[in-house]
Structures are given as C-alpha cells and as structure tokens.
Design a protein around this ligand. Structure first.
Ligand SMILES: [Fe+2]
Length: 249
C-alpha cells in the first residue's frame, strides 16, 4: 500500500508575514506532486496553519484537499487547533474531548494517528495508544506531529520538544514488534532508530532548517513530501522527494 505524507504546510492568512516564502503556492504545488504519485491515501501530519489556526484558511485548504480526489487524513500540529481542524474537516466524531487521535483502518493496514498539538500527550491518549498497539499483533505504523525522540536538532530539542517524550517512549518500547513513526515539526529530513522504534522526520513545505548548530539557521527553501510503501513482502519503504519552493513578490 502506497501512502504520501506531507507536513508543516504553514499556510498563512492574508495578514501573516511569511518571510518571503509563498506558502500558498508551495501548498498548491505539493498537492500537484501528491497527485502524480496516485497514492491510496494522503496523511497530513500537522501544522496546516502558518502560526495561528484560522477557520478560513482551513476551509481553503480543505477545498483543495477535496479537489485532489485522493482519500486523506489530517492531524494537528502545535500551530493548529484540533477542535477547529476537526470541525472544518468534518471529523468531529474522531475527537476525544479536545484531542484528535484516532485509528485509520484501511483495507490492508491500520494506522494510528496521534495528537500532540499542545506539545504533550495526555494520560488518556497514552492509555489508548498502549491498548491500540496491543490490539495490532504486529508492526505498528504511527503518524504524529512531534518526533517521539530527540531529533538531534538543538534549536528544536531545547525549545519545542514533545515534553513527555519519556512516557510516550515507554509505551512505544513496550510493543513487541517494530514501531514505525512518521512525523514532522522539525523542518528537517532525518531518520532515528532506537530499540524497536524507527522515526522518520519529514521535511516541510515551508522551509528546511540546518541541524548542525544550536541556534536557528535556514538550510534551504526546497519543499518535500515523503512516499511510504508498505510492501506485501513486509518491507517498509520510504523516500523523500524535494521540489523547488516559491518566493513571494
Ligand atoms: Fe510544529
């Protein structure tokens, strides 16, 4: 089964300053790229909003997602509001209180989509995650906004990590099978492996960051998506593809 993941779209409202990046055109371009892969499903792993969640922007994005003709699922990032996102994308039935975490059951695979928009994972969700993993009886594939391990990007690890990472890891490490996590948030492309856990950080459609130094530094303005192929032979294949980004003015 072939999926595409896109993340950290950061689509701005009219009055948000985007530091010279045409985030709307980047979004439209990445959707065209997604279309060219003809995936069975598209996962949008948070930070649809530029800085602050905006209902009009979400509606504009939804219209374009719907126009793709490809089934898709969304989760929230730290710049989103889960309840507003669920309302606009008409998935309020998937909310647990204020949290948007849910199981995505597709014909050949089940995926777990998690909620970390407040930079932490609730006890209720941790319990749900543990139970959901136990019900899988095999490898797990998870989509979430924040990496559940330190990404080795000092600026992000210090300022914007998943705060109860150790608790989340404890649940993930308990799973007696491989756990594949696909996330974003860090504006880099990276893979991190520990114990049964493989974490893929996917680049954004806004900008990518340098990760070799402690302070914030821009790396480049190319935009990326991740192709994920869960092959019938059990191999999990994943690759990032980059495209030219757009500047304003
Ligand atoms: Fe983020």
């Amino acid at each position: 089964m072939r999926l595409i993941q896109i993340t950290d779209l950061h689509v701005a409202s009219e009055d948000e300053f985007t530091h010279g990046v045409d985030v709307r055109q980047n979004f439209l371009d990445i959707l065209q790229a997604v279309k060219s892969f003809a995936p069975e499903h598209l996962i949008v792993s948070g930070d649809l909003a530029f800085d602050t969640a905006n209902e009009q922007v979400y509606h504009w994005m939804k219209a374009h997602f719907d126009g793709l003709g490809i089934p898709y699922s969304v989760i929230a990032g730290n710049h989103d509001e889960s309840k507003l996102l669920a309302k606009v994308f008409q998935i309020e039935h998937l909310l647990t209180g204020d949290d948007l975490y849910y199981k995505l059951d597709l014909p050949s695979h089940t995926f777990l989509l998690l909620e970390t928009s407040r930079g932490t994972m609730s006890q209720a969700q941790l319990e749900w995650l543990g139970n959901s993993l136990a019900g899988l009886n095999g490898p797990a594939t998870i989509f979430m906004h924040h990496p559940p391990v330190e990404g080795g990007v000092p600026y992000m690890d210090i300022n914007y990590p998943l705060r109860n990472m150790a608790e989340v890891q404890e649940v993930l490490f308990r799973h007696p099978h491989p756990v594949y996590v696909f996330c974003g948030h860090y504006h880099v492309e990276k893979m991190l492996c520990v114990k049964n856990l493989t974490v893929h950080i996917t680049p954004t459609t806004y900008f990518q960051m340098k990760w070799q130094q402690p302070e914030f530094a821009l790396d480049h303005l190319k935009i990326g998506l991740r192709e994920i192929n869960l092959r019938p032979d059990g191999v999990v294949e994943s690759a990032v593809v980059y495209y030219e980004g757009n500047k304003t003015g």
